[in-house]
Ligand binder design. Structure first.
Ligand code: FVH
Length: 312
């Protein structure tokens, strides 16, 4: 992660000339909700000339106190910087607030860190391109308190030129990952990672509820047993990923037939008075795969029941 502001010798902004002839890149942040405010604060703290705009202007007050410029009109906020970061509730809001000043976006780099879908990202790029703006889509894999720490990962996709020009500026927010020129890739991977996270959270609450039926405290069970076990299990993911890539699912340690022979987890959950509804879909998939004749496969072969078939 970079904490030094990037000095641009190729950005034409007359107010910020440094003694070495280079300039600090000015940044505009549109949207000052929980996340947008933290992004703006990070730019200010990192030394960037930061301009902010929000529908509810009062939210800019604290940032202005820290040194940001608060713009009353969104057009003025856009005019202040070559780099415009947008972080609002959703794409409809982004479009709604940018539409009236679309003609002001020509020549700008717009980085949209609003959550959305791959299709929304592609549509946004098409629209930005028609306005003469360079577009980067982004997916923030962190909560506001993690921004500017090593735990914040931000995915980017879209204009390679825009990313190359502003990579160092963006690095002040966290660890940047550029996924390629298709703007859909950042939201797609963002949602894929969140899906992995919710799978883990679902397993976590079921495990804690089950262990808790005989008095285990959630905190003790989590730190002393669950986390070490899950960490050990995490180490099996690369091998499973290899099986998915090669299509060779032959069981090495634990066949699906063995794993799906009895719904012990479901049965014990019922006996203990815990709902197994977070676990049940996974068990149903394992069972179905065995019924279809793949009992000798490893768990990874279950992906064949859910993934989109590749066209040959
Ligand atoms: N907060 C988080 O943990 C997550 C982490 C991952 C990424 N998400 C996404 O980031 C986008 C913004 O999230 P947020 O947490 O900042 O959201 P809010 O605090 O609710 O702020 C919403 C901002 O959007 C503005 N806004 C809403 N509706 C309108 C509208 N009709 N016209 C103009 N602006 C609007 C709102 O303005 P205001 O209510 O303060 O006037 C805020 O600036 C989001 O996509 C997350 O999914 C965050």
């Amino acid at each position: 992660m970079n904490t030094n502001p990037k000095r641009f010798s190729n950005v034409n902004h007359h107010d910020d000339a440094q003694s070495d002839g280079s300039i600090l890149a000015p940044v505009t942040v549109i949207g000052l909700g929980a996340m947008g405010s933290k992004l703006a604060r990070t730019f200010v703290n990192s030394g960037y000339d930061t301009t902010v705009w929000n529908r509810t202007p009062e939210k800019a007050a604290e940032l202005v106190g820290l040194g940001a410029s608060g713009a009353t009109e969104i057009a003025d906020a856009i005019a202040a910087s070559p780099l415009v970061i947008v972080c609002v509730l959703d794409y409809d809001v982004a479009r709604h607030i940018l539409e009236p000043i679309g003609d002001k976006l020509s020549g700008k780099v717009v980085v949209n860190l609003t959550n959305g879908t791959p299709e929304q990202a592609r549509n946004m790029e098409t629209w930005m391109s028609s306005l003469g703006a360079d577009y980067l889509d982004g997916g923030i894999m962190a909560v506001p308190s993690l921004i500017a720490t090593p735990h914040a990962v931000i995915l980017y996709s879209g204009s390679e030129t825009a990313y190359g020009t502003y990579e160092q500026v963006l690095d002040s927010l966290g660890t940047s990952h550029y996924l390629g020129p298709d703007p859909a890739l950042a939201p797609l991977n963002d949602l894929a990672l969140l899906s992995g996270m919710y799978g883990m959270f679902g397993g976590f609450i079921h495990a804690v509820a089950l262990a808790g039926t005989e008095g285990a405290k959630a905190s003790d069970f989590t730190t002393s047993l669950l986390m070490p076990f899950l960490q050990a299990m995490m180490s099996t993911l690369p091998e499973m990923a290899k099986q998915i890539d090669t299509g060779d699912y032959s069981a090495k340690d634990a066949s699906l037939a063995m794993q799906a022979a009895h719904d012990t987890i479901g049965e014990v959950s019922r006996v203990q008075g815990v709902s197994a509804e977070t676990f049940a879909p996974i068990f149903e998939l394992m069972k179905r795969r065995v019924e279809e004749g793949y009992g000798g496969d490893d768990f990874a072969s279950v992906i064949e029941l859910i993934r989109k078939r590749r066209s040959s």
